[in-house]
Ligand binder design. Structure first.
Ligand SMILES: [Zn+2]
Ligand SMILES: [Zn+2]
Length: 192
């Protein structure tokens, strides 16, 4: 594993700017990997990360772990929480790490001499111990075969729109095979 300073340099490049979310995300990922016995996150294919937020810290977690949506090693669960679960698929060990709500207040208290909230948080999140910034607990994660990296398990066509569907994401209704959009989960409306 690299040092915090090295990861922060990479995180800034990857994310486009330095922000408290980069620091928290890098720290969270380093802690999560260590807790499941992964010292070199980018070596091998045993690490899967479930990230619960699509804000700054998600990019930092990508920087440290190398886990990406396109490799199926990064799973997004839209819970709106600054939290992530790290799964070692070789040992089945998993840990969920969440940022403590109190860490913002602590940054303000301990680093009151710094001029801005951002400066206070950047300093606090780099220097406070893990225990002050995060809570964590071992968890069990069910990773279905259809969610694993590798070749798609299946590919079928939607009976309504004809579009192809990979990895058992289809829904069967009244004997018809439908994509999730045609089954009612469409997030867009065609125009024109
Ligand atoms: Zn940011
Ligand atoms: Zn369809």
């Amino acid at each position: 594993m690299k040092t915090l300073a090295e990861y922060l340099t990479e995180a800034e490049r990857n994310h486009g700017h330095m922000c408290p979310g980069q620091v928290l995300g890098v720290r969270m990922a380093m802690l999560g990997c260590r807790l499941i016995g992964i010292e070199e996150p980018k070596v091998g294919k045993r690490l899967i990360v479930y990230v619960e937020i699509d804000r700054c810290a998600a990019d930092a977690i990508n920087t440290v772990t190398g886990c990406r949506l396109g490799k199926r090693t990064l799973k997004f669960r839209d819970f709106g929480k600054l939290a992530a679960t790290f799964l070692n698929t070789e040992t089945n060990e998993a840990v969920r790490v969440v940022a403590r709500e109190s860490s913002r207040e602590l940054a303000k208290e301990r680093f009151a001499h710094l001029p801005t909230k951002k400066a206070q948080q950047l300093e606090a999140y780099q220097t406070l111990p893990d225990e002050d910034l995060f809570l964590w607990q071992p968890v069990r994660v069910n990773l279905p075969d259809a969610d694993k990296p590798g070749h798609p398990l299946s590919r079928v066509a939607c009976a309504e729109c004809g579009e192809g569907i990979n990895d058992q994401r289809e829904i069967t209704r009244d004997g018809r095979t439908l994509c999730r959009a045609c089954a009612g989960e469409r997030y867009y409306e065609p125009v024109g």
